[in-house]
Write a protein that binds this ligand. Structure first.
Ligand SMILES: [Zn+2]
Length: 218
């Protein structure tokens, strides 16, 4: 959805609530406590009260937006900007664009990043996984690259679909790139039975070969 379509689609707070209601309860309201389908809408509090058991819930209960004083429209807009800027939008830019305070923007970004991280952590890669290591940070004096520098090492895992096209990517920062660490990362991030493809780096072979992290490039 481009920005014009987005602004057209979510013109008012009500548009956002209607949309979110359909996502939350695609087959109509259902009480999270007893499963009853009839409710009263408590307008002032934006709560839905179950006609059967009296349980009250809100649209945003259990989401990052829960308990926030910021409107859904602002949330939607921040999520739009956050997910459409590949370089990573700053809280200052968000505050200016959406018309909210810097602190509010910062808090919203923080919650969104946390939610995405939590979701990512629960996701296990499956199928064919390309595994490699990478080193981040400025090169050492003398311009040495990759292994053999003081850069931060990370393990990269990319899952491929049946056509060999990339599907999901995980990057995990590690202390050292050795056999034991790689196996540990694989256990935490891959579904059992996944096939690992590597460039033949000795650290990836089992049993773990105690390759020192700072050994020179092959
Ligand atoms: Zn109920």
């Amino acid at each position: 959805m481009n920005f014009i379509d987005f602004m057209e689609r979510f013109k008012t707070e009500q548009d956002c609530q209607d949309h979110f209601f359909k996502i939350r309860w695609p087959n109509g309201f259902k009480c999270p406590k007893c499963g009853h389908e009839e409710y009263f809408f408590l307008k002032g509090r934006h709560h839905y009260e179950c006609c059967h058991c009296g349980h009250q819930t809100s649209l945003t209960a259990g989401t990052v937006m829960h308990g926030s004083h910021t409107g859904l429209r602002e949330w939607f807009l921040v999520i739009y900007l956050f997910t459409h800027d590949k370089r990573g939008i700053s809280a200052t830019q968000i505050a200016r664009t959406v018309g909210i305070s810097y602190f509010t923007a910062w808090l919203m970004l923080h919650k969104l990043r946390k939610a995405m991280g939590d979701r990512d952590a629960k996701y296990y890669l499956d199928g064919i996984i390309e595994m490699d290591d990478a080193f981040f940070g400025a090169p050492d004096e003398g311009g040495k690259r990759g292994r053999g520098t003081n850069k931060t090492p990370a393990i990269i895992e990319l899952s491929l679909n049946e056509e060999g096209q990339p599907e999901h990517l995980k990057i995990q920062v590690v202390d050292t790139v050795d056999g034991a660490t790689i196996i540990e990362v694989a256990k935490e991030t891959l579904k059992p039975g996944a096939t690992i493809q590597t460039d033949g780096l000795s650290s990836y072979n089992e049993p773990p070969i105690p390759t020192p992290a700072n050994s020179p490039s092959p």
